[in-house]
Design a protein around this ligand. Structure first.
Ligand SMILES: Nc1nc2c(ncn2[C@@H]2O[C@H](COP(=O)(O)OP(=O)(O)OP(=O)(O)O)[C@@H](O)[C@H]2O)c(=O)[nH]1
Length: 509
Protein backbone atom coordinates (compact mmCIF):
# COMPACT_ATOMS: atom_id res chain seq x y z
CA UNK A 1 0.00 0.00 0.00
CA UNK A 2 1.33 3.48 -0.72
CA UNK A 3 0.22 6.92 0.28
CA UNK A 4 0.26 8.11 -3.35
CA UNK A 5 -2.53 10.60 -3.98
CA UNK A 6 -4.10 11.00 -7.40
CA UNK A 7 -6.54 13.68 -8.52
CA UNK A 8 -10.19 12.70 -7.85
CA UNK A 9 -11.16 11.74 -11.41
CA UNK A 10 -8.21 9.44 -11.90
CA UNK A 11 -8.93 7.86 -8.54
CA UNK A 12 -12.51 7.07 -9.37
CA UNK A 13 -11.92 5.68 -12.83
CA UNK A 14 -8.95 3.52 -11.88
CA UNK A 15 -10.47 2.21 -8.68
CA UNK A 16 -13.84 1.53 -10.22
CA UNK A 17 -12.20 -0.42 -13.01
CA UNK A 18 -10.87 -2.69 -10.28
CA UNK A 19 -14.24 -3.04 -8.58
CA UNK A 20 -16.91 -3.93 -11.11
CA UNK A 21 -20.37 -3.56 -9.60
CA UNK A 22 -23.54 -5.03 -11.13
CA UNK A 23 -25.14 -2.29 -13.25
CA UNK A 24 -28.37 -2.25 -11.24
CA UNK A 25 -26.42 -1.54 -8.07
CA UNK A 26 -24.18 1.14 -9.52
CA UNK A 27 -27.31 2.88 -10.95
CA UNK A 28 -29.02 2.65 -7.58
CA UNK A 29 -25.94 4.05 -5.88
CA UNK A 30 -25.84 6.96 -8.33
CA UNK A 31 -29.58 7.70 -8.01
CA UNK A 32 -30.01 7.20 -4.31
CA UNK A 33 -30.29 10.53 -2.52
CA UNK A 34 -30.28 8.97 0.92
CA UNK A 35 -26.79 7.54 0.52
CA UNK A 36 -24.41 8.15 3.39
CA UNK A 37 -22.52 11.38 2.97
CA UNK A 38 -19.70 12.73 5.07
CA UNK A 39 -19.85 15.82 7.23
CA UNK A 40 -18.66 18.90 5.32
CA UNK A 41 -15.54 19.38 7.44
CA UNK A 42 -14.40 15.82 6.77
CA UNK A 43 -14.98 16.14 3.02
CA UNK A 44 -12.96 19.36 3.01
CA UNK A 45 -10.15 17.71 4.96
CA UNK A 46 -9.99 14.87 2.42
CA UNK A 47 -9.81 17.41 -0.43
CA UNK A 48 -7.06 19.32 1.33
CA UNK A 49 -5.12 16.12 1.91
CA UNK A 50 -4.82 15.67 -1.85
CA UNK A 51 -3.08 19.00 -2.18
CA UNK A 52 0.67 18.47 -1.80
CA UNK A 53 1.36 21.93 -0.36
CA UNK A 54 -1.39 22.16 2.25
CA UNK A 55 -0.24 23.87 5.45
CA UNK A 56 -0.96 22.65 8.93
CA UNK A 57 -2.86 25.86 9.64
CA UNK A 58 -5.27 25.06 6.79
CA UNK A 59 -6.11 21.68 8.35
CA UNK A 60 -6.49 23.34 11.73
CA UNK A 61 -8.87 25.95 10.28
CA UNK A 62 -11.14 23.27 8.79
CA UNK A 63 -11.13 21.20 11.97
CA UNK A 64 -11.85 24.20 14.17
CA UNK A 65 -14.80 25.11 11.94
CA UNK A 66 -16.49 21.98 13.33
CA UNK A 67 -16.67 22.24 17.14
CA UNK A 68 -17.77 18.64 17.66
CA UNK A 69 -14.86 17.37 15.58
CA UNK A 70 -12.43 19.67 17.40
CA UNK A 71 -13.61 18.42 20.78
CA UNK A 72 -13.21 14.79 19.73
CA UNK A 73 -9.72 15.30 18.36
CA UNK A 74 -8.59 17.23 21.42
CA UNK A 75 -9.98 14.42 23.60
CA UNK A 76 -8.09 11.84 21.54
CA UNK A 77 -4.84 13.82 21.74
CA UNK A 78 -5.23 14.07 25.53
CA UNK A 79 -6.06 10.39 25.96
CA UNK A 80 -3.55 8.23 27.81
CA UNK A 81 -2.55 6.60 24.55
CA UNK A 82 -1.30 9.81 22.91
CA UNK A 83 -0.63 12.16 25.83
CA UNK A 84 2.20 10.22 27.50
CA UNK A 85 1.98 12.59 30.52
CA UNK A 86 2.66 15.68 28.39
CA UNK A 87 0.67 18.87 29.02
CA UNK A 88 -2.94 18.92 27.85
CA UNK A 89 -3.72 20.24 24.39
CA UNK A 90 -6.66 22.57 24.00
CA UNK A 91 -6.85 23.49 20.30
CA UNK A 92 -7.45 21.71 17.02
CA UNK A 93 -4.02 22.89 15.87
CA UNK A 94 -2.22 21.38 18.88
CA UNK A 95 -4.22 18.17 18.51
CA UNK A 96 -2.92 17.79 14.92
CA UNK A 97 0.63 18.39 16.11
CA UNK A 98 0.35 15.70 18.76
CA UNK A 99 -1.59 13.12 16.72
CA UNK A 100 0.26 13.66 13.44
CA UNK A 101 -1.51 14.50 10.20
CA UNK A 102 -2.29 10.93 9.14
CA UNK A 103 -3.87 10.02 12.45
CA UNK A 104 -5.80 13.27 12.50
CA UNK A 105 -7.21 12.54 9.05
CA UNK A 106 -8.06 8.97 9.93
CA UNK A 107 -9.69 10.13 13.15
CA UNK A 108 -11.70 12.85 11.40
CA UNK A 109 -12.83 10.39 8.75
CA UNK A 110 -13.74 7.84 11.39
CA UNK A 111 -15.67 10.40 13.34
CA UNK A 112 -17.64 11.40 10.27
CA UNK A 113 -18.38 7.79 9.45
CA UNK A 114 -19.27 6.95 13.03
CA UNK A 115 -21.96 9.62 12.93
CA UNK A 116 -23.33 8.09 9.74
CA UNK A 117 -23.37 4.62 11.25
CA UNK A 118 -25.21 5.82 14.36
CA UNK A 119 -27.78 7.63 12.26
CA UNK A 120 -28.42 4.52 10.16
CA UNK A 121 -28.69 2.34 13.26
CA UNK A 122 -25.67 0.23 12.31
CA UNK A 123 -23.51 0.99 15.29
CA UNK A 124 -22.36 -2.59 15.46
CA UNK A 125 -20.69 -2.24 12.05
CA UNK A 126 -18.87 0.71 13.37
CA UNK A 127 -17.70 -1.01 16.53
CA UNK A 128 -16.21 -3.71 14.33
CA UNK A 129 -14.48 -1.11 12.16
CA UNK A 130 -12.88 0.54 15.20
CA UNK A 131 -11.55 -2.73 16.59
CA UNK A 132 -10.28 -3.72 13.14
CA UNK A 133 -8.58 -0.36 12.63
CA UNK A 134 -6.85 -0.39 16.02
CA UNK A 135 -5.76 -4.02 15.47
CA UNK A 136 -4.57 -3.29 11.93
CA UNK A 137 -2.46 -0.39 13.08
CA UNK A 138 -1.00 -2.41 15.96
CA UNK A 139 -0.02 -5.21 13.55
CA UNK A 140 1.29 -2.81 10.90
CA UNK A 141 3.53 -1.06 13.45
CA UNK A 142 5.31 -4.41 13.79
CA UNK A 143 5.20 -5.75 10.23
CA UNK A 144 5.13 -2.71 7.93
CA UNK A 145 5.56 0.49 9.99
CA UNK A 146 5.61 2.74 6.90
CA UNK A 147 2.11 1.59 5.96
CA UNK A 148 0.57 1.90 9.42
CA UNK A 149 -1.59 4.95 8.65
CA UNK A 150 -2.98 3.57 5.41
CA UNK A 151 -3.61 0.17 6.96
CA UNK A 152 -5.44 1.86 9.83
CA UNK A 153 -7.66 3.88 7.49
CA UNK A 154 -8.33 0.96 5.16
CA UNK A 155 -9.40 -1.20 8.10
CA UNK A 156 -11.60 1.58 9.35
CA UNK A 157 -13.28 2.02 6.00
CA UNK A 158 -13.52 -1.62 5.00
CA UNK A 159 -17.17 -1.91 6.01
CA UNK A 160 -18.58 1.39 4.77
CA UNK A 161 -20.23 -0.55 1.95
CA UNK A 162 -22.56 -2.00 4.57
CA UNK A 163 -23.91 1.49 5.24
CA UNK A 164 -24.64 1.97 1.56
CA UNK A 165 -26.21 -1.47 1.09
CA UNK A 166 -28.31 -0.99 4.17
CA UNK A 167 -29.55 2.37 2.83
CA UNK A 168 -30.39 0.79 -0.55
CA UNK A 169 -31.68 -2.67 0.39
CA UNK A 170 -32.62 -2.67 4.09
CA UNK A 171 -35.03 -5.63 3.78
CA UNK A 172 -32.37 -7.76 2.16
CA UNK A 173 -29.32 -7.01 4.27
CA UNK A 174 -30.33 -5.72 7.68
CA UNK A 175 -31.18 -9.18 8.99
CA UNK A 176 -27.77 -10.37 7.78
CA UNK A 177 -26.00 -7.45 9.39
CA UNK A 178 -27.52 -8.09 12.78
CA UNK A 179 -26.44 -11.75 12.80
CA UNK A 180 -23.66 -11.86 15.39
CA UNK A 181 -22.60 -15.35 14.40
CA UNK A 182 -21.47 -14.50 10.86
CA UNK A 183 -17.82 -13.76 10.19
CA UNK A 184 -17.21 -11.08 7.61
CA UNK A 185 -15.97 -13.57 5.07
CA UNK A 186 -19.27 -15.46 5.44
CA UNK A 187 -21.19 -12.22 5.30
CA UNK A 188 -19.52 -11.25 2.02
CA UNK A 189 -20.48 -14.67 0.58
CA UNK A 190 -24.13 -14.25 1.61
CA UNK A 191 -24.20 -10.75 0.10
CA UNK A 192 -22.81 -12.11 -3.14
CA UNK A 193 -25.53 -14.77 -3.25
CA UNK A 194 -28.25 -12.16 -2.66
CA UNK A 195 -26.97 -9.10 -4.53
CA UNK A 196 -24.21 -10.34 -6.80
CA UNK A 197 -21.75 -8.04 -5.05
CA UNK A 198 -20.50 -7.53 -1.52
CA UNK A 199 -19.99 -4.66 0.85
CA UNK A 200 -16.23 -4.55 0.10
CA UNK A 201 -16.91 -3.69 -3.56
CA UNK A 202 -19.65 -1.24 -2.69
CA UNK A 203 -17.45 0.32 0.00
CA UNK A 204 -14.66 0.82 -2.52
CA UNK A 205 -17.13 2.51 -4.84
CA UNK A 206 -18.34 4.81 -2.08
CA UNK A 207 -14.80 5.62 -0.95
CA UNK A 208 -13.81 6.53 -4.49
CA UNK A 209 -16.83 8.89 -4.65
CA UNK A 210 -15.62 10.55 -1.48
CA UNK A 211 -12.18 11.06 -2.98
CA UNK A 212 -10.41 8.63 -0.67
CA UNK A 213 -6.87 7.89 -2.02
CA UNK A 214 -6.70 5.15 -4.62
CA UNK A 215 -4.51 2.74 -2.66
CA UNK A 216 -7.11 2.74 0.09
CA UNK A 217 -9.97 2.22 -2.35
CA UNK A 218 -8.20 -0.87 -3.68
CA UNK A 219 -7.49 -2.10 -0.14
CA UNK A 220 -11.17 -1.73 0.77
CA UNK A 221 -12.20 -3.63 -2.38
CA UNK A 222 -9.90 -6.48 -1.43
CA UNK A 223 -10.56 -6.48 2.30
CA UNK A 224 -12.66 -9.65 2.31
CA UNK A 225 -10.70 -11.75 -0.15
CA UNK A 226 -7.65 -13.37 1.31
CA UNK A 227 -4.91 -12.87 -1.33
CA UNK A 228 -2.76 -15.99 -1.77
CA UNK A 229 0.47 -14.09 -1.33
CA UNK A 230 -0.53 -11.02 0.66
CA UNK A 231 1.75 -8.03 1.11
CA UNK A 232 2.45 -7.24 4.77
CA UNK A 233 -0.18 -4.48 4.62
CA UNK A 234 -2.81 -6.86 3.17
CA UNK A 235 -1.82 -9.46 5.76
CA UNK A 236 -2.41 -6.94 8.58
CA UNK A 237 -5.76 -5.97 7.09
CA UNK A 238 -6.94 -9.58 6.85
CA UNK A 239 -5.85 -10.31 10.41
CA UNK A 240 -7.46 -7.16 11.74
CA UNK A 241 -10.83 -8.32 10.39
CA UNK A 242 -10.45 -11.64 12.18
CA UNK A 243 -9.51 -9.92 15.45
CA UNK A 244 -12.59 -7.71 15.09
CA UNK A 245 -14.82 -10.72 14.35
CA UNK A 246 -13.49 -12.35 17.51
CA UNK A 247 -14.06 -9.22 19.56
CA UNK A 248 -17.70 -8.94 18.63
CA UNK A 249 -18.74 -12.57 18.22
CA UNK A 250 -20.69 -14.16 21.09
CA UNK A 251 -18.41 -17.21 20.66
CA UNK A 252 -14.97 -15.81 19.80
CA UNK A 253 -13.17 -19.16 19.58
CA UNK A 254 -14.02 -19.74 15.93
CA UNK A 255 -12.67 -16.36 14.83
CA UNK A 256 -9.54 -16.77 16.97
CA UNK A 257 -8.94 -20.16 15.38
CA UNK A 258 -9.28 -18.48 11.98
CA UNK A 259 -6.75 -15.88 13.10
CA UNK A 260 -4.21 -18.49 14.22
CA UNK A 261 -4.76 -20.59 11.09
CA UNK A 262 -4.20 -17.53 8.87
CA UNK A 263 -1.00 -16.63 10.75
CA UNK A 264 0.23 -20.23 10.53
CA UNK A 265 -0.48 -20.52 6.80
CA UNK A 266 1.61 -17.42 6.04
CA UNK A 267 4.55 -18.13 8.30
CA UNK A 268 7.47 -16.91 6.25
CA UNK A 269 10.16 -14.34 6.76
CA UNK A 270 8.39 -11.19 5.64
CA UNK A 271 5.27 -12.00 7.63
CA UNK A 272 7.07 -13.49 10.64
CA UNK A 273 4.69 -12.87 13.48
CA UNK A 274 5.67 -13.85 16.97
CA UNK A 275 3.39 -11.83 19.22
CA UNK A 276 1.49 -14.24 21.48
CA UNK A 277 -2.26 -14.00 20.89
CA UNK A 278 -2.94 -13.05 24.50
CA UNK A 279 -0.44 -10.17 24.40
CA UNK A 280 -1.89 -8.93 21.13
CA UNK A 281 -5.44 -8.92 22.50
CA UNK A 282 -4.39 -7.29 25.76
CA UNK A 283 -2.46 -4.55 23.89
CA UNK A 284 -5.36 -3.86 21.55
CA UNK A 285 -7.68 -3.67 24.53
CA UNK A 286 -5.64 -0.85 26.07
CA UNK A 287 -5.71 1.09 22.79
CA UNK A 288 -9.44 0.86 22.20
CA UNK A 289 -10.99 3.27 24.72
CA UNK A 290 -9.71 6.57 23.21
CA UNK A 291 -10.91 5.51 19.77
CA UNK A 292 -14.24 4.30 21.07
CA UNK A 293 -14.61 7.68 22.76
CA UNK A 294 -13.70 9.55 19.59
CA UNK A 295 -16.27 7.66 17.60
CA UNK A 296 -18.86 8.23 20.29
CA UNK A 297 -19.71 4.57 20.21
CA UNK A 298 -20.74 2.64 23.24
CA UNK A 299 -17.44 1.67 24.79
CA UNK A 300 -16.57 -1.95 24.32
CA UNK A 301 -17.47 -3.26 27.71
CA UNK A 302 -15.09 -4.86 30.20
CA UNK A 303 -17.39 -7.84 29.97
CA UNK A 304 -16.68 -8.21 26.22
CA UNK A 305 -12.94 -7.93 26.80
CA UNK A 306 -12.91 -10.48 29.61
CA UNK A 307 -14.90 -12.94 27.52
CA UNK A 308 -12.50 -12.55 24.63
CA UNK A 309 -9.35 -12.94 26.70
CA UNK A 310 -10.68 -16.00 28.46
CA UNK A 311 -11.63 -17.50 25.06
CA UNK A 312 -8.08 -16.83 23.87
CA UNK A 313 -6.62 -18.50 26.94
CA UNK A 314 -8.94 -21.46 26.55
CA UNK A 315 -8.03 -21.77 22.89
CA UNK A 316 -4.31 -21.57 23.52
CA UNK A 317 -4.61 -24.07 26.34
CA UNK A 318 -6.52 -26.48 24.10
CA UNK A 319 -4.02 -25.89 21.33
CA UNK A 320 -0.99 -26.51 23.50
CA UNK A 321 -2.64 -29.61 24.92
CA UNK A 322 -3.38 -31.05 21.52
CA UNK A 323 0.04 -30.00 20.30
CA UNK A 324 1.68 -31.78 23.22
CA UNK A 325 -0.48 -34.81 22.61
CA UNK A 326 0.51 -34.82 18.93
CA UNK A 327 4.16 -34.42 19.89
CA UNK A 328 3.97 -37.35 22.29
CA UNK A 329 2.28 -39.48 19.65
CA UNK A 330 4.98 -38.54 17.15
CA UNK A 331 7.71 -39.33 19.67
CA UNK A 332 6.18 -42.71 20.41
CA UNK A 333 5.82 -43.42 16.68
CA UNK A 334 9.41 -42.39 16.14
CA UNK A 335 10.66 -44.55 18.99
CA UNK A 336 8.69 -47.53 17.70
CA UNK A 337 9.97 -46.88 14.19
CA UNK A 338 13.54 -46.55 15.41
CA UNK A 339 13.23 -49.75 17.42
CA UNK A 340 11.78 -51.54 14.40
CA UNK A 341 14.44 -50.23 12.04
CA UNK A 342 17.19 -51.35 14.42
CA UNK A 343 15.98 -54.91 14.36
CA UNK A 344 16.01 -57.46 11.60
CA UNK A 345 12.36 -58.49 11.26
CA UNK A 346 13.03 -62.21 10.73
CA UNK A 347 15.73 -62.99 13.28
CA UNK A 348 15.35 -60.24 15.87
CA UNK A 349 19.09 -59.53 15.61
CA UNK A 350 20.38 -56.05 14.74
CA UNK A 351 19.42 -54.83 11.27
CA UNK A 352 22.06 -54.05 8.67
CA UNK A 353 21.39 -50.30 9.06
CA UNK A 354 21.89 -50.48 12.80
CA UNK A 355 25.00 -52.65 12.42
CA UNK A 356 26.53 -50.06 10.10
CA UNK A 357 25.62 -47.24 12.45
CA UNK A 358 27.18 -49.10 15.39
CA UNK A 359 30.25 -50.06 13.41
CA UNK A 360 30.87 -46.44 12.41
CA UNK A 361 30.54 -45.35 16.04
CA UNK A 362 32.82 -48.09 17.35
CA UNK A 363 35.34 -47.65 14.53
CA UNK A 364 35.59 -43.90 15.27
CA UNK A 365 35.97 -44.62 18.98
CA UNK A 366 38.65 -47.24 18.40
CA UNK A 367 40.63 -44.74 16.31
CA UNK A 368 40.22 -42.01 18.92
CA UNK A 369 41.23 -44.28 21.78
CA UNK A 370 43.73 -46.38 19.78
CA UNK A 371 41.79 -49.38 21.09
CA UNK A 372 41.16 -52.57 19.10
CA UNK A 373 37.88 -53.34 17.40
CA UNK A 374 37.35 -56.85 15.99
CA UNK A 375 34.56 -58.12 13.75
CA UNK A 376 33.36 -61.53 12.67
CA UNK A 377 31.74 -62.13 9.27
CA UNK A 378 29.67 -65.36 9.19
CA UNK A 379 28.14 -66.92 6.06
CA UNK A 380 25.95 -70.02 6.24
CA UNK A 381 27.20 -72.68 3.83
CA UNK A 382 25.08 -74.03 0.98
CA UNK A 383 22.03 -72.16 2.09
CA UNK A 384 20.64 -72.01 -1.43
CA UNK A 385 20.63 -75.79 -1.56
CA UNK A 386 18.79 -75.91 1.77
CA UNK A 387 16.16 -73.50 0.47
CA UNK A 388 15.84 -75.41 -2.77
CA UNK A 389 15.48 -78.75 -1.01
CA UNK A 390 13.10 -77.77 1.81
CA UNK A 391 11.53 -74.51 0.81
CA UNK A 392 11.94 -70.92 1.75
CA UNK A 393 9.78 -71.18 4.84
CA UNK A 394 11.99 -73.79 6.38
CA UNK A 395 14.97 -71.68 5.32
CA UNK A 396 13.49 -68.83 7.34
CA UNK A 397 13.05 -70.89 10.45
CA UNK A 398 16.64 -72.15 10.07
CA UNK A 399 17.85 -68.53 9.98
CA UNK A 400 15.90 -67.90 13.20
CA UNK A 401 17.28 -70.97 14.92
CA UNK A 402 20.81 -70.13 13.78
CA UNK A 403 20.44 -66.63 15.31
CA UNK A 404 19.53 -68.17 18.69
CA UNK A 405 22.58 -70.40 18.56
CA UNK A 406 24.79 -67.48 17.59
CA UNK A 407 23.57 -65.39 20.52
CA UNK A 408 24.11 -68.31 22.88
CA UNK A 409 27.85 -68.43 22.17
CA UNK A 410 28.61 -64.70 22.13
CA UNK A 411 30.12 -62.90 25.10
CA UNK A 412 28.35 -59.92 26.62
CA UNK A 413 28.85 -56.66 24.74
CA UNK A 414 29.08 -58.21 21.29
CA UNK A 415 26.65 -56.71 18.77
CA UNK A 416 25.27 -59.34 16.39
CA UNK A 417 23.18 -58.62 13.33
CA UNK A 418 22.03 -59.94 9.97
CA UNK A 419 24.10 -58.26 7.28
CA UNK A 420 22.39 -59.86 4.26
CA UNK A 421 20.34 -62.99 3.40
CA UNK A 422 22.44 -65.67 5.15
CA UNK A 423 25.33 -63.40 6.13
CA UNK A 424 25.84 -62.25 9.72
CA UNK A 425 28.19 -59.72 11.27
CA UNK A 426 29.29 -59.48 14.92
CA UNK A 427 31.11 -56.47 16.41
CA UNK A 428 33.43 -56.78 19.40
CA UNK A 429 34.83 -53.53 20.85
CA UNK A 430 38.11 -53.70 22.72
CA UNK A 431 38.88 -57.21 21.44
CA UNK A 432 41.59 -58.53 19.14
CA UNK A 433 41.22 -61.08 16.32
CA UNK A 434 42.92 -63.79 18.36
CA UNK A 435 40.26 -63.45 21.08
CA UNK A 436 37.51 -64.01 18.50
CA UNK A 437 38.93 -67.18 17.03
CA UNK A 438 37.85 -69.42 19.97
CA UNK A 439 34.36 -67.88 19.94
CA UNK A 440 34.07 -68.63 16.21
CA UNK A 441 35.28 -72.15 16.84
CA UNK A 442 32.68 -72.63 19.59
CA UNK A 443 29.96 -71.49 17.18
CA UNK A 444 31.06 -73.98 14.52
CA UNK A 445 31.13 -76.81 17.04
CA UNK A 446 27.82 -75.90 18.64
CA UNK A 447 26.21 -75.92 15.21
CA UNK A 448 27.67 -79.33 14.52
CA UNK A 449 25.75 -80.64 17.53
CA UNK A 450 22.56 -78.62 17.16
CA UNK A 451 19.60 -79.57 15.02
CA UNK A 452 18.31 -76.41 13.38
CA UNK A 453 15.34 -78.18 11.77
CA UNK A 454 13.72 -81.59 11.49
CA UNK A 455 13.36 -82.88 7.90
CA UNK A 456 12.34 -86.18 6.35
CA UNK A 457 15.89 -87.39 6.29
CA UNK A 458 16.36 -86.54 9.97
CA UNK A 459 17.91 -83.60 11.81
CA UNK A 460 19.28 -80.68 9.84
CA UNK A 461 22.60 -79.19 10.96
CA UNK A 462 24.44 -76.15 9.69
CA UNK A 463 27.99 -75.39 8.74
CA UNK A 464 29.27 -71.83 8.53
CA UNK A 465 32.32 -70.07 7.10
CA UNK A 466 33.74 -67.32 9.29
CA UNK A 467 36.18 -64.49 8.55
CA UNK A 468 37.69 -62.36 11.30
CA UNK A 469 39.40 -58.98 11.06
CA UNK A 470 40.64 -56.51 13.64
CA UNK A 471 41.29 -52.79 13.38
CA UNK A 472 44.91 -53.46 14.39
CA UNK A 473 45.48 -55.82 11.42
CA UNK A 474 46.04 -52.98 8.96
CA UNK A 475 45.65 -49.24 8.62
CA UNK A 476 41.91 -49.41 7.79
CA UNK A 477 40.65 -46.02 6.67
CA UNK A 478 36.94 -46.79 7.09
CA UNK A 479 34.55 -49.34 8.58
CA UNK A 480 33.90 -50.50 5.02
CA UNK A 481 37.55 -51.58 4.65
CA UNK A 482 37.34 -53.50 7.92
CA UNK A 483 34.23 -55.36 6.73
CA UNK A 484 35.91 -56.12 3.37
CA UNK A 485 38.88 -57.59 5.24
CA UNK A 486 36.63 -59.91 7.27
CA UNK A 487 34.67 -60.78 4.12
CA UNK A 488 37.87 -61.64 2.24
CA UNK A 489 38.96 -63.94 5.08
CA UNK A 490 35.56 -65.64 5.04
CA UNK A 491 35.87 -66.19 1.26
CA UNK A 492 39.24 -67.85 1.76
CA UNK A 493 37.36 -70.45 3.81
CA UNK A 494 34.64 -70.77 1.17
CA UNK A 495 37.32 -71.46 -1.45
CA UNK A 496 39.08 -74.01 0.68
CA UNK A 497 36.12 -76.14 1.67
CA UNK A 498 33.83 -74.19 4.12
CA UNK A 499 32.95 -74.89 7.76
CA UNK A 500 35.94 -73.13 9.31
CA UNK A 501 37.47 -69.83 10.51
CA UNK A 502 40.11 -67.53 8.97
CA UNK A 503 41.79 -64.46 10.40
CA UNK A 504 42.57 -61.54 8.12
CA UNK A 505 46.10 -61.50 6.78
CA UNK A 506 47.29 -58.11 5.69
CA UNK A 507 49.11 -58.22 2.34
CA UNK A 508 51.79 -56.10 4.04
CA UNK A 509 52.39 -58.67 6.77
N1 LIG B 1 14.73 -68.68 3.36
C1 LIG B 1 15.43 -67.57 3.10
N2 LIG B 1 16.39 -67.59 2.18
C2 LIG B 1 17.09 -66.47 1.95
C3 LIG B 1 16.84 -65.30 2.65
N3 LIG B 1 17.71 -64.35 2.20
C4 LIG B 1 18.47 -64.91 1.23
N4 LIG B 1 18.12 -66.22 1.10
C5 LIG B 1 18.68 -67.21 0.19
O1 LIG B 1 19.98 -67.55 0.57
C6 LIG B 1 20.61 -68.09 -0.59
C7 LIG B 1 22.05 -67.66 -0.64
O2 LIG B 1 22.66 -68.36 -1.70
P1 LIG B 1 24.15 -68.15 -2.14
O3 LIG B 1 24.54 -66.72 -2.03
O4 LIG B 1 24.32 -68.82 -3.46
O5 LIG B 1 24.98 -68.89 -1.04
P2 LIG B 1 25.01 -70.42 -0.57
O6 LIG B 1 23.99 -71.23 -1.26
O7 LIG B 1 24.92 -70.40 0.91
O8 LIG B 1 26.42 -70.86 -1.06
P3 LIG B 1 27.79 -70.57 -0.34
O9 LIG B 1 27.70 -69.31 0.37
O10 LIG B 1 28.78 -70.54 -1.46
O11 LIG B 1 28.03 -71.71 0.60
C8 LIG B 1 19.82 -67.70 -1.80
O12 LIG B 1 19.15 -68.81 -2.32
C9 LIG B 1 18.80 -66.70 -1.24
O13 LIG B 1 17.56 -66.78 -1.89
C10 LIG B 1 15.81 -65.31 3.63
O14 LIG B 1 15.53 -64.32 4.30
N5 LIG B 1 15.13 -66.46 3.83
Amino acid sequence: MSSRRDPPDAVSSHALALVPLPLSISHALHDQQALPSLPTAVTRLLELARSPHAALSEYAAIIESDPALTLRLVALANSAFYAHSQRSVTSGHDAIVRLGLETTLAAALSFGLAKLACVSGLERIWRRAIVAAVAARYLAERLCPDDRHDVFTAALLQDIGMLALSALYPETVDALYSDDELSHAELALRERALLDTDHACVGAWLASQWGVPEALVVAIAQSHFAPLAPTPAEFCLQLSGLVADAWLAPEPIRALQGFLAYVASHRHEELAFDIPLETLLADIKTRLPPWAELMAITALSEHDNERLLSAAQQLLFQQSLSLQQRLHEKERELEAWQARSRLDALTGLASRAYLEEQLLEQFTLSKAEAAPLAIMFIDIDHFKALNDAYGHQLGDSVLQRFSEVLLSVLPEGAVAGRYGGEEFLVLFSYRRACELAPIAQTLIETLQHTAVAQVEEGELRLSVSIGIACSEDADFASPRELIDAADQSMYRIKRTGRGSVALFESPAS
